[in-house]
Design a protein around this ligand. Structure first.
Ligand SMILES: [Zn+2]
Length: 284
């Protein structure tokens, strides 16, 4: 009896260890699942739930080829819009270069985007050439200030901030002017602030200033980009825009060959409870 009991206990404990090991390996997949796979799964489930996860702000930069971008699209489940930078000092500065670029890209299965640079872009390109593209976007990172100085907000030595409050007032007015006068579909790098002001983002983007931008977007039927490179705009800004009925796009604005997985955009979809209908859709 005692021997039998000991014998049974031994096999019972071996069985328990076996069950525990199997259970653990099923419920502890961390040793095999990497962060990229988690993001890919998240993108897949969003696409299946009716979202069309598209990065409308990709560039062929840092040696990235269109074939590599398409391969990344296949593995990530992200659709792409590839944009060319057009304006003074950029690779495309006139109509013939713009249409030549378009012809070289038009057969690839991506959206064709035009990134309009600086405020001079609308005088450099004809409406017919611009219309070749699926969409046009711009940001408010380049403008002339009250003193006539050309500011480029992402360049440390080309930003002139005499007073942060004055700078913000001027910037918001610039954004309103751009959104109401330039023929664009998406406002990208939205709410970007220069390096020296970024730590004060929440303080400088007051409700009143955010509301002015939201109103300009809504009145002109322009979508707002949620940018994964700069992690802007803030969730508060996005919620304010959503409440006003503004549509959103996701964008990376990659400067090198790494396209990533729209991490910040995915985070904001969750945090701001964005639905498929909150997103702008390319009509072409
Ligand atoms: Zn860009």
């Amino acid at each position: 009896m005692f021997i039998n009991k000991a014998f049974n206990m031994k096999y019972l404990s071996i069985f328990s260890i076996l069950v525990f090991t199997l259970f653990s390996s099923c419920n502890n997949p961390s040793k095999t699942v990497n962060p990229e796979e988690i993001l890919i799964q998240r993108i897949d489930s969003l696409n299946k739930a009716g979202y069309d996860i598209t990065d409308y702000h990709a560039h062929l930069k840092g040696g990235l080829t269109i074939e590599e971008l398409l391969e990344h699209s296949r593995t990530s489940g992200i659709r792409y819009g590839v944009a060319v930078n057009c304006g003074v000092g950029f690779p495309v500065q006139n109509d013939s270069a713009l249409s030549a670029y378009y012809r070289s890209m038009k057969d690839y299965p991506v959206y064709q985007g035009m990134q309009a640079e600086g405020r001079e872009w609308s005088t450099l390109f004809s409406a017919d050439s611009v219309a070749l593209f699926d969409y046009v976007f711009t940001d408010a990172m380049t403008f002339f200030d009250k003193e006539g100085r050309r500011n480029r907000l992402w360049m440390k030595d080309e930003v002139f901030i005499d007073d942060p409050e004055d700078f913000m007032e001027y910037l918001v007015t610039q954004i309103e002017t751009i959104l109401s006068t330039e023929k664009i579909d998406i406002y990208v790098n939205s709410s970007f602030l220069p390096d020296t002001l970024q730590s004060k983002y929440n303080e400088l983007w007051t409700n009143e200033r955010m509301q002015r931008v939201v109103t300009a977007l809504k009145n002109n039927n322009i979508a707002m980009e949620i940018n994964s490179r700069y992690k802007i705009p803030s969730a508060k800004f996005i919620k304010l825009a959503k409440a006003a009925g503004v549509k959103f796009t996701l964008g990376t604005n990659n400067t090198d060959a790494n396209l990533g997985y729209l991490e910040y955009g995915l985070e904001m979809i969750r945090e701001c409870d964005l639905k498929p209908e909150d997103f702008w859709k390319c009509k072409k």
